[in-house]
Ligand binder design. Structure first.
Ligand code: AMP
Length: 470
């Protein structure tokens, strides 16, 4: 229904493009910001990825600047090269009937090739601040005709240290321009930027319950560090998702990719240390379903817009809410349902409560999917002493020795110290039963309890040790 879009002022040729992209009605951020933006008012909008913000400012740009294909009349600054590409792609689709030309400009790729394209002419540029500044310095990018400027994911650009570049670019374009700022959060430095460079900006925000994240079911699984890969393989084997897996560090991304590849999973990884060409190939493979599992760091996955991701897995739980929201915003897009699963160690469980409070959405506890009968796990579950220990780091073990064998507390402690090489201060409470006993031992000696102590014998009988997990 094109009229759903033209009703809020979107020009007919852009509405037609939206129709051909399969969009049926504007999202809340589009409803709130497009009519205002089309009047030429400066605005700052609080909107996360997944809300349709690109479509919002895209419609405003296409509705207000001419399609001449000469020098740029609009510029969108974004934090990452992936986002620059995605914005340019979406703008190009939206321009199907209006004929506007949008070019991405970003670092890590040949500057000459980008200069050549700029020379051939365009209407809109979507670029990262560093490369845009570089282009201005080289005299390759003429911003004197800019009428509209968009700062997309402004909070992230500031967090990434782009403030000087942004200010430099702002000064290189006419003061008499239309400026729009989009940000997931309205932290102080973002407001300052809006205040310094915008004229009477109007604020637009989309309330939480209108965020597209609603289509995403959020879960967490309580799992210790040592069993994360076991849990992950269960999910990959049983749920067979089209998934993006987030790790906290580049190193962890590499380690996990190697481990999964070694187990014959078809996975690919992306992080900031990879050459641009490799990153583009990985994203293309994932988009075209050549791979179903992508392992990524936050920066690399920023703005990644792939509609059919049905699973986001936080292999490592992020410790801040914005990162969490951005990550899970990769799924549940464009009207599809998604699942977000976070692996949470016992020390991280407080984050679940905190994120629930901040988002007003439930993060439900679930267990690792059950393996089908007779199916062997790809990775064996191990005992994770960190996860089962109490706040003092103590774990409980049941040993098949008791009063009937002549053991009291002192004798049993002595037996454990000698045979499992456990330090005396690492033994805690003991309950001596008739034929078996329960002993608390520090987690650092967990392996020795199960590996070494079980090699010992008492009066010719093998010692058995069971880890008590509850
Ligand atoms: P964004 O918030 O710009 O990252 O957009 C999130 C996703 O929603 C992208 O895949 C857009 O193509 C899609 N999208 C944006 N607007 C609409 C709409 N009105 N209807 C359906 N999908 C949309």
């Amino acid at each position: 229904m094109i009229s759903n879009f033209t009703d809020i002022g979107i020009p007919e040729d852009v509405a037609k493009a939206m129709d051909s992209m399969g969009w049926s009605e504007p999202t809340p951020i589009q409803v709130h910001s497009v009519p205002l933006g089309l009047t030429g008012a400066d605005m700052f909008a609080q909107a996360q990825t997944g809300t349709g913000k690109t479509g919002a400012y895209g419609s405003i740009i296409l509705g207000t600047i001419p399609a001449e294909g000469t020098v740029p009349h609009a510029i969108v600054l974004v934090p990452t090269r992936e986002l620059a590409n995605q914005v340019a792609e979406e703008m190009t689709k939206l321009s199907k009937f209006s004929g506007h030309v949008c070019l991405p400009i970003y670092g890590g790729a040949s500057i000459e090739a980008q200069i050549k394209k700029l020379k051939a002419g365009c209407d809109i540029v979507a670029g990262t601040p560093g490369r845009v500044r570089d282009m201005i310095n080289r005299g390759a990018l003429n911003l004197t005709q800019i009428r509209t400027m968009v700062l997309d994911e402004a909070d992230r650009m500031l967090d990434m240290g782009f403030v000087d570049d942004i200010e430099y670019i702002l000064k290189a374009m006419p003061e008499d321009r239309h400026t729009m700022l989009f940000s997931a959060t309205m932290q102080e430095n973002v407001k300052q930027l809006a205040f310094d460079y915008m004229r009477n900006p109007r604020e637009v925000s989309v309330s939480k319950d209108e965020v597209v994240l609603d289509l995403t079911k959020q879960y967490y699984i309580s799992v210790g560090r040592r069993n994360k890969s076991w849990a992950l393989c269960r999910i990959l084997d049983i749920d067979m998702p089209k998934a993006i897996i987030f790790c906290q560090t580049k190193k962890m991304v590499d380690v996990l990719e190697e481990r999964l590849t070694g187990l014959n999973y078809k996975v690919e990884a992306i992080h900031g240390d990879m050459p641009q060409s490799k990153r583009e190939k990985v994203i293309r493979d994932f988009k075209e379903d050549a791979t179903d599992v992508l392992i990524a760091t936050d920066v690399a996955a920023r703005g990644l817009d792939i509609d059919d991701i049905n699973y986001v897995i936080n292999y490592d739980m992020p410790d801040d809410i914005d990162t969490y929201i951005h990550r899970i915003g990769r799924t549940g897009r464009a009207g599809r349902e998604g699942t977000a699963v976070s692996f949470v160690t016992s020390e991280e469980e407080h984050l679940v409560r905190e994120f629930e409070m901040r988002t007003g959405m439930e993060i439900e506890k679930r267990t690792v999917p059950e393996a089908e009968d007779g199916r062997k796990d790809t990775i064996r579950r191990v005992v994770d002493y960190d996860q089962i220990s109490d706040v003092f780091g103590m774990c409980r073990f049941e040993i098949n020795l008791g009063k009937k064998d002549g053991f009291g507390k002192v004798a049993l402690a002595d037996f454990i110290i000698r045979n499992a090489r456990v330090r005396d201060v690492s033994i805690g409470k003991m309950e001596i039963g008739p034929t078996s006993s329960i002993v608390e031992v520090h987690k650092d000696f967990g392996n020795r309890m199960t590996m070494d102590l079980t090699k010992a014998k008492f009066k010719g009988r093998r010692i058995s040790v069971r880890v008590i997990q509850d």
